[in-house]
Structure formats: structure tokens, C-alpha cells
Ligand binder design. Structure first.
Ligand code: AMP
Length: 399
């Protein structure tokens, strides 16, 4: 199948051609016809599947086809980074269609708030917003959402994890009841089903997210005490040259400490965590994206949703608490079918957590011996029997 089979407006097809999008990904093949037919849709899909284009293209096509000028689509997302990224994707796809968009997210100064206010009052076609910031604008009373035809919730599970459920419910009260609602989520816990029941009418459901990392990722694990981890990172980086390296650590403090350590020995590293100002975060991401920075040390802020191309190596400095987060973290590499490497450091107390991950991905990850000069690491001896596989086959929500 080809994108041209969707018979998009020529101006949209021109954008796809310019971006060299030729073959639709599975989620695009499935979702685009459903969305184009104006039905509500629940899509279980991780980042990396091409879900962004899956929801943007049919919306942009409709805008172009009907020459719509009003504020037509609201996309709600959990983080500022994802808001910016989707806004940028819109600008790419809509380059020749003339559709307009604005990202609305927290942080920034008064001038940014004014720009957002202007977009919300004078009308852009697509608003991409984080819930908290959008609520601030809605509370001021000037936002007109009466022409909204599409509501899109992206990374819905993450938004619920972050406690945005009430904000989302509140936001929907500002929207016409007659609208199309699309919900994208990497997982489908009962809380998401409940939300879907509230917001959607007779939704179709598609499920692309198998709880499996992308095919191209080579996974390995090292058993290492915390005191050995920094040496191990240096050893790995010394052994092979990777163009872009993303290191996830579980806490802000660990991110800061590790960054300092890497920086001190002359490595080209930067850190990103919630203490940074929005501007600083964007700056760090930009320099990592355009390869001025080789190594980025991050908290989970980056594990979902953010698309950075060509990351050769992902290191989990510690085992993620949530097995699904492991898949998100290592999903930063091997994007769009390229090859990547993901290493996880397992200390003496994280072993059962790692065993859960192996159960989720239904695969035993190779344990690589530490280089001799780092000394002996802990022995791999998870105490519990392997947990049952926990990936759920999602059913359509009860209607
Ligand atoms: P997403 O899952 O939406 O974050 O997309 C992951 C990456 O794949 C992004 O860099 C997209 O630009 C890229 N991508 C998505 N769909 C396609 C496609 N059909 N052909 C080529 N690249 C794509």
C-alpha cells in the first residue's frame, strides 16, 4: 500500500512526498480510514509506530478538503516536549496545505502566554496543548472551542498517570458534544476504558501495541553494583563509538550526578530533568537532536513520546520500576526499523524487577559479564519464580 492510495488532497500529498513518507505503517493503514470516516477511535499504540501521522493526516486532509478556517481540532498531550513535537510534525505535513497550529504548554514568560492567548482567540486550526496550561486559558473565559470537530488524546495512559483526568474531563465540557474523539494510548488499563466510556460514542478499536520492543533493538544487561555503574558506562562508551547515546536514570539526583561525572572526564554529555527551565530543556533537546551533544542523561521525562532519530545506544542506568517503561525507554533506539542497542544495569536489589520485564517481553535478556577491571558484580539470582506473562489482549470497551 502507498500513501497515494488514501487519495489525500494534493497539497497534503505534496507534504508527504517532501518528507519522503511512502508506505504507511500498520497503524496508519488501519487508523486513517476509520478516522476519515469520522468515527471515534481507541488506538493502542506505542511511540515509534507512526501514530502521530495516523491521527494528523486524516485531520489535515479534512481541513484542506473543506477549506476550514476555524479552530477545528484539539490535541491534548501529557508533556510540553510532546506538544512541541506534534506541532512540528503538523508544520511539516501541512507545509503546502496552509493549515495552522499552535502548541500550548506550561513554562515560558508572559509573552508566550500572550502568543498562546492570541492563537486561542484569533483562531488557528489545530491546538496542541498540555492539560494544565490549557485549563489556565480556559479559566480566563476567552477561549472559543465551539467549532471543534476533533478531540485527540495522545499518550492517554501517561496523562492519567500524571493526574490529569479531572482536567481532561473539565476541558471536554468546553467542546461541542457532537465531535469526533480519538484516544491513543500505549497501554489500556481499566482507568482508560472508563475515560473512553465517558468521552466516546461507539468507538472502533485497534491494537498495534504488542508489549514487545521494536525488532531492531539488541538488548543486553549487566549485573553491576551501584558503585560500579559509572565505570561501566565509561567502559561501554570507550569500547565502541555511538553517535547518540541516551542514558535513563530513575531520579533527578542520579541524572545530575552521572552527568557531572561524565562531563568531568571530558565526554560530550548534557542532562535533562524537571528542574530545568522550559527554554533550557528545549535547548538541550535541540543540541542532542542535531548531534552537537553526544550523550543525554535523562529522567523518564523523555521515555515516552519523544522522537529523536538515530539513537545508537540506550542505557538504563537502573531498572525501570514499571515494566512497560522499559519498552518505552529502549524504544528510543531502533526507530523506524533501524538498528540500536539497549543495555540495562541491574544491581543486587533490582533483579526481581528485571525478571518482570523479561516476563513482559517474553524473552530472556543476555547477561553480559563486566569487564574484569571493574570487579565482580552481583550474582543474578532473582528470588521469585518467573511471574506469569502479563501482557493483556485488549478487548473493545463495554458500551
Ligand atoms: P511516531 O510513532 O508517530 O512518533 O513516529 C515515529 C517516527 O517514524 C517519526 O520520526 C515519523 O516521522 C516516522 N514515520 C512515521 N510514519 C512513517 C512512514 N509511514 N514512513 C516513514 N517514516 C514514518
Amino acid at each position: 500500500m502507498n500513501f497515494s492510495d488514501f487519495n489525500f488532497e494534493q497539497s497534503l500529498q505534496d507534504g508527504l512526498d517532501a518528507m519522503q513518507f511512502k508506505t504507511p505503517s500498520p497503524i496508519q493503514e488501519l487508523a486513517i480510514p476509520i478516522i476519515s470516516s469520522q468515527k471515534d477511535l481507541i488506538a493502542v499504540a506505542q511511540t515509534g509506530t507512526g501514530k502521530t501521522a495516523a491521527f494528523l493526516l486524516p485531520v489535515l486532509n479534512r481541513l484542506a478538503q473543506n477549506n476550514i478556517q476555524s479552530t477545528n481540532t484539539l490535541i491534548i498531550v501529557p508533556t510540553r516536549e510532546l506538544a512541541l513535537q506534534i506541532d512540528q510534525a503538523i508544520q511539516g505535513f501541512a507545509y503546502f496545505t496552509g493549515a495552522t497550529s499552535q502548541a500550548i504548554y506550561g513554562g515560558g514568560d508572559g509573552a508566550v502566554f500572550e502568543t498562546e492567548k492570541k492563537a486561542l482567540t484569533q483562531g488557528v486550526n489545530i491546538i496542541v496543548a498540555t492539560p494544565g496550561r490549557l485549563m489556565s486559558h480556559l479559566n480566563m473565559g476567552y477561549v472559543k472551542f465551539d467549532q471543534i470537530e476533533h478531540l485527540i488524546l495522545d499518550e492517554a495512559d501517561k496523562m492519567l498517570d500524571m493526574g490529569f483526568v479531572d482536567d481532561i474531563a473539565k476541558i471536554t465540557t468546553y467542546l461541542p458534544t457532537k465531535r469526533q474523539t480519538l484516544l491513543f494510548s500505549a497501554t489500556m488499563p481499566p482507568s482508560i476504558r472508563k475515560l473512553a466510556q465517558k468521552l466516546m460514542v461507539d468507538p472502533e478499536q485497534i491494537n498495534i501495541a504488542v508489549s514487545k520492543p521494536a525488532e531492531g533493538v539488541t538488548q543486553g544487561a549487566y549485573l553491576a553494583y551501584d558503585s560500579q555503574k559509572n565505570k561501566l558506562i565509561k567502559a561501554i562508551l570507550h569500547e565502541k563509538e555511538y553517535s547518540s547515546v541516551l542514558i535513563f536514570a530513575s531520579t533527578k539526583q542520579k541524572v545530575k550526578d552521572l552527568h557531572r561525572d561524565l562531563y568531568r572526564i571530558g565526554l560530550n554529555a548534557k542532562a535533562i530533568h524537571s528542574e530545568l527551565e522550559q527554554k533550557e530543556r528545549e535547548e538541550v533537546l535541540r543540541s542532542f537532536r542535531n548531534k552537537q551533544t553526544q550523550i543525554l542523561v535523562a529522567t523518564d521525562i523523555l521515555s515516552r513520546g519523544i522522537d529523536i532519530e538515530d539513537i545508537g545506544l540506550v542505557i538504563n542506568y537502573d531498572v525501570p520500576n514499571d515494566a512497560e517503561d522499559y519498552i518505552h525507554r529502549i524504544g528510543r533506539t531502533a526507530r523506524a526499523s533501524s538498528k540500536g542497542v539497549a543495555y540495562t544495569f541491574i544491581n543486587d536489589i533490582d533483579q526481581q524487577k528485571f525478571q518482570k520485564i523479561e516476563a513482559l517481553i517474553d524473552k530472556e535478556v543476555e547477561k553480559i559479564p563486566l569487564p574484569k577491571y571493574i570487579g565482580e558484580g552481583p550474582i543474578y539470582n532473582p528470588k521469585s519464580p518467573p511471574p506469569k506473562k502479563s501482557f493483556s489482549k485488549s478487548r473493545p470497551p463495554r458500551r
